[in-house]
Design a binder for this molecule. Structure first.
Ligand code: FAD
Length: 306
């Protein structure tokens, strides 16, 4: 651990030790990460990949952590925050963004310059890097539809390459293996000239406020089913709205969300996921697929006795 700390200090990469789900995940609960690094340049990102490779620790890039749950036993690798990567360039209708640029900023620019194409996505609490990896979507629109290209850094070799949008095997809430062992550095979005872009984005944001709970969550826990029906519909019909385990709850506003009522840990979340999956399987014979990503390890059950 000390060697890694020295390497990070030598390369002037800001980092913290011991941050946890409370700070790193939008669920505001979960285990701690050994390291959280904050690279602010491509060079720092490459250096970080080199350190991770040399010490055989896993780098996990993340944006707002709005789709990531860290299990209570913690994550032994390096969480690589992209919040310091915020470059923005506009050339005609092409927007080039560093991966840490949040959707709120993209919405602001799109409204200011009347650039259309992302209005439906404006309320997603995400960075552009996270959106690309998860192929985020809303109201019938997916980020895949407006991506021209992505520049990535290979975490094992430090090599930088460019992927065209049509080379990424995007599907519903997935970018396939395109970004496995990669950190997205830049994303180029191809927008078009529009009208009343800000008003349209506001319309979609308002719709979201009406149906989504306001307590901390990771958005929809499960993907839509194969027939395109929201998992929340089946969870609701299984009578689970409002069910609590510890301080986590299947939201009584939208059964697709598991919310943190204050002080929930990751195991509360995971137990509710299992409860919902079992209930929907028993009642409807449908297998739910998680939309959220779970990392880290479970608490060692013997730990509390030591
Ligand atoms: C209230 C709420 C509402 C939501 N609504 C929606 C919705 O309408 N539609 C939807 O699709 N999702 C929704 N989500 C889920 C979430 O916002 C998306 O999955 C989003 O794309 C995650 O973005 P992020 O920047 O927070 O990524 P994170 O959650 O930090 O990371 C998600 C994944 O992306 C990877 N990643 C992040 N940055 C990079 C990078 N630079 N390079 C490589 N990989 C990277 C991570 O390793 C991880 O695998 C919602 C979540 C919440 C909390």
């Amino acid at each position: 651990m000390l060697k890694i700390i020295n390497e990070l200090n030598d390369r002037k990469i800001a980092f913290k030790t011991g941050l946890g789900g409370k700070e790193l995940s939008a669920f505001r609960g979960g285990g701690k990460a050994a390291f959280t690094a904050y690279p602010e340049s491509v060079k720092a990102l490459k250096d970080l990949c080199g350190i991770a490779s040399a010490y055989e620790i896993e780098p996990f890039p993340f944006g707002l952590g709005s789709n990531v749950l860290i299990l209570d036993g913690g994550f032994d690798g390096i969480m690589v925050s992209t919040v310091g990567l915020r470059r923005i360039e506009l050339d005609g209708t092409t927007l080039t963004l560093s991966s840490g640029v949040p959707m709120t900023k993209i919405a602001e620019i799109a409204a200011k310059y009347e650039l259309s194409g992302a209005e439906e996505l404006c309320g997603i609490p995400a960075t552009i890097g996270g959106m690309l990896k998860t192929n985020a979507g809303a109201f019938g629109k997916e980020i895949a539809e407006i991506v021209a290209e992505a520049t990535v850094c290979d975490t094992k070799t430090g090599n930088i390459s460019v992927l065209k949008g049509n080379e990424v095997p995007f599907s519903y809430r997935s970018s396939g293996d395109a970004f496995r062992d990669k950190i997205i550095i830049y994303v180029k979005l191809k927008l078009c000239r529009g009208k009343n872009v800000g008003a349209k984005a506001e319309y979609f944001r308002n719709m979201r406020r009406e149906y989504q709970p306001s307590l901390p969550s990771l958005g929809c826990t499960f993907k839509r089913t194969e027939e395109g029906i929201s998992a929340g519909y089946y969870i609701d019909k299984s009578g689970l709205k409002g069910t609590r385990i510890g301080k986590a709850e299947i939201s009584s506003k939208h059964a697709g969300f598991i919310v943190n009522r204050g002080g929930a840990n990751a195991s509360d979340y995971v137990k509710l996921m299992a409860l919902a999956s079992d209930a929907v399987r028993r009642k409807y014979g449908i297998e739910l697929t998680p939309e959220i990503e779970i990392i880290g390890k479970e608490n060692d059950p013997g730990e509390s006795e030591r």
